[in-house]
Design a protein around this ligand. Structure first.
Ligand SMILES: *[C@@H]1O[C@H](CO)[C@@H](O)[C@H](O)[C@H]1NC(C)=O
Ligand SMILES: *[C@@H]1O[C@H](CO)[C@@H](O)[C@H](O)[C@H]1NC(C)=O
Length: 223
């Protein structure tokens, strides 16, 4: 199996237009081992119905996240995720509330989870650390990642802002003469090893390299 790191490195393609993204998304929705990579620095929006959470919901503000866009909140996000993931309910949701901006370091939301359906509702904005140095010691290929979750919907109408400028400024592609330039930059959102999952209504902007990578997913659903 190809590693997703390798896939991420071969970013010869610059940008995909939103209409093209929608065509790609349609084409892969039924795939076994669905594989979707969306490259580019353009903002793109995944249109689709906004799956509403029924059942129990875990608001990141209740777990100590700060919506000021400055205070690092990944631990609070993980706690809210763990609440949802271990809830003895059929449906659970993590809420990232509107009118708030959350600074989140590289993080992996791990499954498998108890509920059959988990909605990760991004109503506000999630921003990445604005310096690549924050990735020291972390996997530079990813920022927000979901792994081994069944029944996941990552839905909007919020925004994921990768604040990629620091990465672009040191990219070998744009600055081939730069000593210590970097070839690999994070994918804003990765969904790896999922089943019956979907992505809807999220706006991506300023991704360091790639907006979305979906890999090793069965029964991908249209959001
Ligand atoms: C978010 O801000 C809008 C515009 O100011 C306001 O109408 C809305 O009620 C706010 N939402 C919440 C949950 O505070
Ligand atoms: C994925 O979902 C289908 C349909 O519910 C189920 O039959 C299958 O066992 C699931 N696969 C995994 C790996 O959970």
């Amino acid at each position: 199996m190809p590693s997703y790191k390798a896939a991420n490195q071969s970013t010869e393609q610059r940008a995909a237009s939103p209409s093209r993204l929608q065509r790609i998304a349609k084409r892969i929705h039924m795939g076994i081992l669905a594989f979707l990579v969306i490259f580019g620095f353009v903002s793109s929006k995944f249109a689709g119905s906004n799956a509403k959470g029924t059942g129990t919901r875990f608001n990141v503000l209740d777990y100590g996240a700060a919506g000021d866009g400055k205070t690092e909140s990944s631990q609070a996000f993980l706690k809210a995720w763990n609440g949802a993931c271990t809830a003895a309910r059929r449906h659970a949701g993590v809420i990232i509330p509107e009118n708030n901006t959350f600074l989140v370091n590289p993080v992996i939301f791990e499954g498998p989870c108890k509920p059959k359906r988990i909605n990760f509702e991004i109503q506000g904005t999630i921003v990445a650390p604005n310096s690549p140095s924050l990735w020291n010691g972390c996997d530079a290929s990813q920022w927000l990642a979901f792994h081994a979750v069944t029944g996941l919907n990552v839905g909007g109408p919020g925004k994921i802002d990768g604040r990629g400028k620091g990465w672009w400024d040191q990219s070998c592609r744009y600055h081939p003469d730069l000593k210590d330039c970097t070839k690999l930059a994070p994918t804003a959102l990765k969904i790896i090893s999922c089943n019956e999952s979907s992505l809807s209504n999220i706006q991506f902007t300023n991704s360091p390299q790639t907006h979305v990578l979906i890999m090793y997913c069965t029964h991908w659903l249209e959001g």
